[in-house]
Structure formats: C-alpha cells, structure tokens
Design a protein around this ligand. Sequence first.
Ligand SMILES: Cc1cc2nc3c(=O)[nH]c(=O)nc-3n(C[C@H](O)[C@H](O)[C@H](O)COP(=O)(O)O)c2cc1C
Length: 254
Amino acid sequence: MVFYFTGTGNSLYAARQLESEPVSIPQVMRGTQREFTAESIGIISPIYGHELPPMVKDFLRESTFNTDYFYIIVTYGARHGGAAEMAKALCDECGVRVDYINTLHMADNWLPAFDTDEERALDKRIPEQLAAITAGVKARKHGISPVTDADRTAHQQYLANVSGVPEALWQNFVVVTERCVGCGVCTRVCPADCMKLEDGRAVHIPGNCQDCLACAHACPQKAIALAMPEKNPNARYRNEHVTLQDLIAANGKA
Ligand SMILES: Cc1cc2nc3c(=O)[nH]c(=O)nc-3n(C[C@H](O)[C@H](O)[C@H](O)COP(=O)(O)O)c2cc1C
C-alpha cells in the first residue's frame, strides 16, 4: 500500500513506480478511515521548507499502520535540509515505527526561487534514483538517508529566514488575477478544497491551504500568481508523466 500527496505530480509519479494504484492522502483525509493494514506501507510526499506538508503530518498523526514494513520517500527540488531526520522525528512523535526513509531529487516547483522551465530541463538522474529506491523498498531496506551538519544548518537558516513571515501570508499565498476565466481547474486540483468559484471567478479560501501551488501551476490561463515575486511568472510545471486528469483524480473532490 502506497500513499501519496502531490501538488504538481512529482510525488504521484514516484508513488506509481512503487505501486500501480497508490492512494491519495487528500482523498483519505476527506473520509474517516484512519487504520490501514498491509504487508508494506509507504508514503511519498514533497517537502515544504524541508518538512512534510501539514496534511501529511496530520495523516501520520491520525493514522494507525499495521504493517511489517513502513517507509517514507520525500521528493524535493534543491535542498532537503535534513528532511529524512525530521520525518523520522515526526514518526517517533506519532508513535509510528518507520523502517526506511529516503529522499528523491526532482524538479523544484517553488516558484519564488525557481524557474520551472529551467528545472524541467535539468537532468537530476531521476530514473537512477528511482531504481535505487524501488530496489531498496523491494529488499525491505532499513535506515534513513544521511543528514549532514550542513543540512541541519540550512534548515536552521531557513527557519530564521521565515520566522518573520506571518502565518496569514502562507494562507494567502496565491492571488487570483484578472486573467481568471472561471474554468474551475484550480478548484479541482486543490488537495485542501481551498478554491471555489464565485460569480464566474476563482476565489481562494484561506485556512487549510497547503501552499502546494497546485492551483497556480495547473491554471490554463496562468491567472494565479503569488503574493511574492516569482523567478519566472510565465513558467508553470507539471511532471511530464502526469496528466491534468491524474491531478484532478488525485486531489479533487469525487
Ligand atoms: C511550499 C513549497 C516549499 C518547498 N520547499 C522545498 C524545500 O525546502 N526544499 C526543496 O528542495 N524543495 C522544496 N520545494 C519543492 C518541492 O518539494 C518539489 O518540487 C517536489 O518534488 C514537488 O512535488 P509534487 O510535484 O509532488 O508536488 C517546495 C515546494 C513548495 C510548493
């Protein structure tokens, strides 16, 4: 059994390499079932600020996993900042025994710092990384991927940098512009039901926003901007192996 969270498809693509029909965490979180039993259970998720997204943390906190082998693969774009260690600490806090944690370097979809057109063109040796990860999971590998002092320092620096950012900014991070034509794609790719249509236009509802940027990346009009400058406001990203329909099935309300 493989669970995943995704904004732009990287983690869904990786999850599919581990199991043909992985289970969407947003869909699970819309329901009530929180106990899962399988021979092997994995979670594939992006990291945000080196940590798991809030919804994935809640999923871990609320769930019981009955399994012989539990693992987490975090996808990231530039710097994992010791994410494996922090995911392990979270599992310990939640009473979840975790056997294996690894990181997977993919395209970075964080628009304030990265031009996703450039990211798409980089060769991050994803097939090789995925082959090693799937072989590791198949062989029931144990351990967490190495974390250095430089990673830990990077995370502390990140925390210092964002310490002055008000929570309200993260909850109002996406801005619907006048280019919106009310097509509703954003409402269907949002994993947290934070977009709705009002008078033929998309409206962002703060409160449960995961900052995954699914809405901004998927908007066909590029009508969703950010509340801070972007590296390239014209660049938008979706993993090349994942369709818009896949993202809607993953994140949208049934
Ligand atoms: C809010 C946010 C924060 C991010 N923080 C990091 C980070 O700290 N380090 C990093 O390397 N990538 C970071 N990224 C990039 C994503 O982790 C990466 O692109 C991931 O593979 C996206 O997965 P997805 O396509 O399944 O959504 C961040 C992306 C977002 C949207």
